[in-house]
Design a protein around this ligand. Structure first.
Ligand code: KE4
Length: 436
């Protein structure tokens, strides 16, 4: 497959931007080679600078659940932009999007719109500390919550991929108030509360992890965290930036029926434009300035064009819920990949919730970062490139979940499984995957 224009573009990009990208997750750091540059996208497909078509399983790392260029979203964005791209003053669209979020997410009574998932989680932990008057935040290894200084400790996603769990520039003072525990290990959380419960402001987690690859909460884990935080007066924070509107219209909290005190959102809620949000019970959210004293602000927060994309996306998901269809596609893909890996005799495991899925090159079911870290990264890289050469664009890291959209078809899934079967077979036969 000729990708010469992407190679040229990457060389040019590297001269202008660190690593040639604006986010390390895109840099192919974990799989090697040059990232593909895209010119356009449509539905389930991406088209690169050389005109190659790919079935897209990244979906912009989650936002594109309706597929690329959904006409309802494009039309809403064009109309909003023609009325003005930013006022720095209140608009009714913000109230409308807030109302959609409040209606959809069971634990949210009030919400603040921001510009990214990172801003949402950064603000949520500041609010938890401001509301409780306590300092310590508990997080879990392999959970990624954006590039918030105090949470960039044993992070997942590209931090784990690039083996930089702690980043230079994050001071000891900043991470001193962060306690990192093992995901799915409730007894470790019980011990932490027994030791320092009166200092813990909040517990933040991905209720279904995407940033170790897809890792599910073990039965009782979410319920146990809810009970422990309640008992010790700490806030339970579900980082639903990835799972919000993905695993269910009401997010993981509605799928697992565990209600947190605060919820962070991003990705789908902005319909592919820069938008995040954090919300929770009104009596907590009313501590946020100007209603309360916890400072948080943003020039483009609630931006008219981004809110238009978010409103169009949530209305589409609310009025014609695609989750049953996504469940069927997810089952088909998981079955197909499992059969392909088994036929090739490749040790593996698969985890899936709805349209979030990961094929782990690890026979042990992945329940936490220690297990995830034992995956065969090299074999994953060869699998990734084998599929890429066959027009299938998987997440470029073992430690990311794949996503698909309502525009993917059973035929796309079958084409993906056929390519994976060929690649995995070649991997066991000689380790080299021939160009198609
Ligand atoms: P953003 O600041 O990237 O919008 O959101 C940060 C974030 C917060 N919480 C969760 C659970 C997330 O998954 C993310 C961002 N996810 C990564 C991919 N796993 C974004 C990709 C990237 O960094 O380029």
């Amino acid at each position: 497959m000729n990708r010469s224009r992407s190679i040229q573009a990457f060389a040019e990009a590297r001269r202008m931007m660190p690593g040639g990208v604006n986010s390390p997750a895109r840099a192919f750091g974990a799989v090697g080679g040059d990232p593909v540059f895209f010119r356009r996208a449509e539905g389930a497909y991406l088209f690169d600078l050389d005109g190659n078509r790919y079935i897209d399983y990244i979906g912009s790392w989650g936002p594109m659940i309706l597929g690329h260029c959904d006409p309802r979203v494009v039309q809403a964005v064009q109309a909003a932009a023609s009325r003005g791209t930013s006022f720095g003053a209140p608009t009714e669209a913000e109230t409308e999007l807030a109302a959609l979020i409040v209606e959809a997410v069971p634990s949210v009574e009030k919400v603040r719109l921001v510009n990214s998932g990172t801003e949402a989680t950064m603000s949520a932990i500041r609010l938890a500390r401001g509301y409780t008057g306590r300092d310590v935040i508990v997080k879990f290894a392999g959970n990624y919550h954006g590039h918030v200084d105090s949470l960039l400790v044993a992070a997942g996603s590209s931090a784990a991929t690039l083996a930089v769990p702690d980043s230079p520039g994050v001071t000891a003072g900043t991470s001193r108030d962060t306690l990192v525990l093992k995901y799915n290990d409730l007894s470790a959380v019980e011990r932490a509360f027994a030791d320092s419960g009166s200092r813990i402001a909040g517990v933040i987690l991905e209720p279904v992890v995407g940033n170790m690859g897809c890792v599910l909460p073990l039965p009782g884990f979410l319920e146990g965290l809810r009970e422990l935080t309640q008992r010790h007066g700490a806030l339970l924070i579900f980082d639903e930036v990835m799972t919000g509107f993905r695993v269910a219209y009401g997010g993981a909290q509605s799928r697992f029926n565990v209600l947190p005190d605060l919820t962070t959102l991003g990705k789908i809620v902005g319909g592919g434009l820069p938008l995040g949000a954090y919300g929770g019970r009104a009596e907590i959210m009313d501590h946020v300035l100007p209603a309360g004293k916890v400072f948080q602000a943003g020039t483009l927060s609630g931006n008219p064009v981004a809110t238009a994309a978010g409103i169009a996306t949530l209305r589409a998901l609310r009025d014609d819920p695609p989750y049953e269809y996504l469940e069927q596609l997810g089952h088909r893909l998981a079955q197909g990949l499992d059969a392909a890996a088994s036929a090739a005799g490749i040790p593996h495991s698969i985890a899936r919730v709805g349209s979030m899925l990961t094929l782990f090159f690890n026979p042990q079911a992945v329940t936490d970062w220690e297990v995830a870290d034992g995956c065969d990264r090299q074999r994953f890289a060869a699998y990734f490139h084998g599929l890429l050469a066959r027009g299938v664009y998987m997440p470029c890291s073992q430690f990311e979940a794949l996503f698909f959209s309502v525009r993917h078809t059973p035929q796309d899934i079958d084409q993906t499984v056929a390519a994976a079967t060929e690649v995995l077979q070649a991997l066991t036969e000689g380790g080299e995957v021939p160009e198609p």
